[in-house]
Write a protein that binds this ligand. Structure first.
Ligand code: 6PG
Length: 478
């Protein structure tokens, strides 16, 4: 009996996606390079599910209904290229390869172009939600060859997360590497959200708020505008203790790992000229955390001495809530700004309201807040910056005092809060009509004759001052 789809790569994500597909009555062929994982998975298959193990990729030709659909759930990088190479022998023009891993969008773009020439349809689908999401409903961000969409839509949408009002968190994102790009931005935002939560935790601890009160605050915040999966799991984490009563989190080495998607987001921001300051700081914070030995030495040589905090703890808690909310608005503002620049640069037609909806359920950054973002882009699809939407502008103004107070407290108490400060600095920079960049331009013109524009002349005209000569100014052509 031919299968509807094949899943290649049965790591945690692949196995769970395959089981999810089988739950939805799809017949699934599975392949893994080492047979052990296949056998392990087959043990989980129930009698209502149809899962067929394949020992050789060449078998897929017979095992799948044409046009064949093959979902790769592999570690990003060389493994994806190598399996695609093998699949070229097994598949035929018109067949569809979906890469469901965390591939770099540049690789996806390259593979899409290469496979197009061979008549194959390639889709790079970002999949978010971790193990649980993969098994019971992830957020899926497919992009690539649009001709594939109608053929894979029923399969992918059947396994995707649904919002409470029944919207499916799996919609076509765009051509080429667009799906993996949007997943990369999702992960960058995930880094930002996580870092902001960690910074809030850290400042609350530093001024002596009790562990229980902090855990309760996160739990309570999850009932309001901050409601999100990451706040929810943080509240859970902050309850978990070792047998001696010490919070488990205090026993975890404070050196953060990263697989690369956050770093790619920051790299791309520099290439595009996107001001992704908050997420980039979150990436650097992970990098700095990994210098554990050097930090330990520096902590001895340059110890931090904190004055006991004598202010009102309830005030700090409420300010912290506001600071977290406002910084989060900035992080998403920057993420969406970057997607807009990427769409122009890479030729995609991204629909920002739909992207917010894709992230509304199933994925790691799922939150209530995304409904407001969707609304903002529905009101104005051409919105350049979320900060300019009336709802978010008001939210930022309402949260500003608390936000500034928490950043100031962090600076006073020597609590490193790079992401939250980067957010506030961006907020101030973005709404400053005249930045000191006029002085930078003068300096550039002084030492390099790089020229400048004048505020009282049209932008097409350039000028140079003879700074070390008579101070005269000349109009420069071109
Ligand atoms: C998701 C996650 C997922 C994964 C990251 C973690 O959306 O399901 O983002 O992709 O957890 O690989 O990334 P780091 O190892 O870089 O933290």
């Amino acid at each position: 009996m031919p299968c509807d789809i094949a899943v290649i790569g049965l790591g945690v994500m692949g196995r769970n996606i395959a089981l999810n597909l089988a739950d939805q009555s799809h017949k699934v062929a599975v392949y893994n390079r080492s047979r052990g994982k296949v056998d392990l998975m087959l043990e989980e298959v129930t009698e209502n599910q149809t899962v067929v193990a394949v020992d050789d990729l060449a078998e897929l030709q017979q095992q799948l209904v044409a046009p064949r659909k093959v979902l790769l759930m592999l570690t990003a990088g060389a493994a994806v290229d190598s399996v695609i190479e093998q699949l070229l022998q097994a598949l035929e023009p018109g067949d569809i390869i979906i890469d469901g891993g965390n591939s770099n969008f540049h690789d996806t773009q390259r593979r899409w172009e290469m496979l197009k020439q061979k008549g194959m349809l390639f889709v790079g689908a970002g999949i978010s939600g971790g193990e649980e999401g993969a098994r019971y409903g992830p957020s899926i961000m497919p992009g690539g060859d649009k001709a594939a969409w109608s053929l894979i839509k029923p399969l992918l949408q059947s396994i995707a997360a649904k919002t409470d009002d029944g919207e499916v968190c799996c919609q076509w994102v765009g051509e080429g590497g667009a799906g993996h790009y949007v997943k990369m931005i999702h992960n960058g935002i995930e880094y930002g959200d996580m870092q902001l939560i960690a910074e809030s935790w850290s400042v609350m601890q530093a001024i002596g708020i009790s562990e229980q009160r902090i855990a309760d605050a996160f739990r309570q915040w999850n009932d309001g505008v901050l409601q999100s999966y990451l706040i929810e799991i943080t509240a859970d984490i902050l309850q978990q203790k070792d047998d001696d009563g010490v919070l488990r989190v205090h026993r975890i080495v404070d050196s953060a790992g990263q697989k690369g998607t956050g770093r790619w987001t920051a790299i791309d921001s520099l290439e595009l000229g996107a001001p992704l300051t908050l997420i980039s700081e979150a990436v650097y914070a992970r990098v700095l955390s990994s210098f554990k030995q050097q930090r330990s030495k520096a902590a001895q040589k340059l110890p931090i001495i904190r004055e006991p905090f004598s202010g009102d703890l309830d005030n700090v808690l409420s300010s912290c809530h506001d600071a977290l909310y406002a910084s989060k608005i900035i992080s998403y503002t920057q993420g969406f700004m970057q997607m807009r620049l990427a769409a122009a640069e890479y030729g995609w037609n991204l629909e920002y309201g739909n992207i917010a909806l894709l992230w509304r359920a199933g994925c790691i950054i799922r939150s209530l807040f995304l409904t407001d973002i969707k609304q903002a882009f529905e009101t104005d699809p051409a919105l350049e910056s979320l900060m300019m939407d009336d709802f978010f502008a008001e939210a930022l103004q309402g949260a500003e005092d608390g936000w500034r107070a928490i950043c100031t407290l962090g600076i006073q108490q020597a609590v490193p809060m790079p992401a939250m400060n980067a957010g506030l600095i961006f907020y101030d920079g973005y709404r400053t009509e005249t930045l000191p960049a006029n002085l930078l331009q003068a300096q550039r013109d002084y030492f390099g004759a790089h020229t400048y524009h004048r505020i009282d002349k049209v932008e097409t005209e350039s000028f140079h001052t003879h700074w070390t000569g008579d101070g005269s100014e000349e109009k420069v052509d071109g």
